[in-house]
Design a protein around this ligand. Structure first.
Ligand code: ZN
Length: 333
């Protein structure tokens, strides 16, 4: 572990701000790397766009999301540490899938279940992103990980000139900790894919072969702005040639809230009107299960619509996810 705050770069003497748990740090003045363990490969960086371009972009984005009255409170240029691991993951799985089918004989309709085995192996080369900080997150982290996964192949060596003015965050994870976390991430991704294919999973076992891991510094602009006395956040991809809003909080206008209230009321009325349509069906020769579902449908839908519209109509802020948020990318399937 490196010593805490007011640490100085061993190469150039520039001050480096460190959290007490930092194990790999990069000096933004000279690019010197200090690590408490031997690094398998030196850190890389994704080149940031020019500062002026980013400032202009943030200003336009804040005006677009927050309206004319919005004003920028704080803009932070941060190079965030993302470990990108490449590995091969093989998952053997075993389970089954249930499908409901209907059969009609004369006037009788019966529902029956069909069981299909779901068995096989996923064998893929994956890239997995692991955030290098333990105790704090950043707004939009999921999208930043996905950006890192789509751009790390174009990442290059550290260029301190390009990082001037950027706050470089060190990694609190060692290479081994990042590897372990990447392996868990790969297994989780495979498991959730298997679960989406099957009704029940008995076995799902993942083996991984490590191939390479790099610490990548990814440029992110974090902005805060104010609109009508409330504060909102914005996360911008700061990569050269890839500047875009990754995630944003935006105020909900009064007009929009009023619209939601009307939509909600209309939907509740429309669902109530379903009752008379459904009633005759109850005398048809269908199973009891089906009748119960039909009976529960209108009040259930009305409650759901009411809840959703009330939530939307009273929300003062909405969250805009403008990019994919994933930490595993399939390289070869
Ligand atoms: Zn230095």
């Amino acid at each position: 572990m490196l010593t805490e705050a007011a640490h100085r770069c061993q190469n150039c003497g520039a001050p480096i701000e460190l959290s007490p748990d930092t194990v790999v740090s990069v000096c933004s003045y000279c690019g010197h790397v200090e690590s408490s363990f031997p690094l398998g490969a030196s850190p890389l960086m994704v080149r940031p766009a020019r500062a002026q371009e980013l400032r202009d972009f943030v200003e336009r984005a804040v005006r677009k999301e927050g309206g004319k009255g919005a004003s920028i409170r704080d803009v932070r240029f941060v190079a965030v540490p993302v470990w990108v691991a490449e590995l091969r993951a093989r998952t053997r799985y075993n389970g089954y899938k249930v499908e409901h089918k209907t059969r009609s004989t004369g006037r009788r309709t019966t529902v029956y279940k069909v069981y299909y085995p779901v068995t096989g192996t996923l064998d893929e080369r994956l890239a997995v992103a692991v955030y290098g900080r333990k105790f704090e997150s950043i707004f939009g982290l999921g999208a930043v990980k996905w950006s890192a996964l789509t751009r790390y192949e174009a990442a290059g060596g550290l260029d301190p000139g390009a990082l001037r003015g950027w706050e470089v965050l060190g990694s609190e994870l060692t290479e081994e900790e990042a590897w372990k976390s990447a392996e868990v991430g790969a297994a989780d991704a495979h498991r959730s894919r298997v679960e989406s294919m099957a009704t029940k999973v008995f076995d799902c076992y993942t083996e991984t072969d490590r191939s390479s891991i790099r610490l990548v510094l990814y440029p992110v602009v974090e902005a805060r702005y104010e609109s009508r006395g409330k504060s909102y956040r914005l996360c911008v991809d700061g990569a050269e040639g890839g500047v875009k809003v990754l995630k944003a909080e935006a105020p909900v206008s009064l007009l929009r809230r009023a619209k939601w209230m009307l939509v909600g009321a209309g939907a509740v009325l429309a669902t109530a009107a379903l009752g008379p349509v459904i009633e005759p069906l109850l005398y048809e020769d269908v199973s009891l299960e089906a009748k119960l579902i039909l009976l529960a449908l209108p009040p259930g839908l009305a409650a759901l619509w009411g809840y959703l519209s009330a939530r939307s109509a009273t929300a003062i802020q909405r969250l805009k996810r403008l990019s994919k948020e994933e930490d595993v990318r399939v390289l070869e399937g």
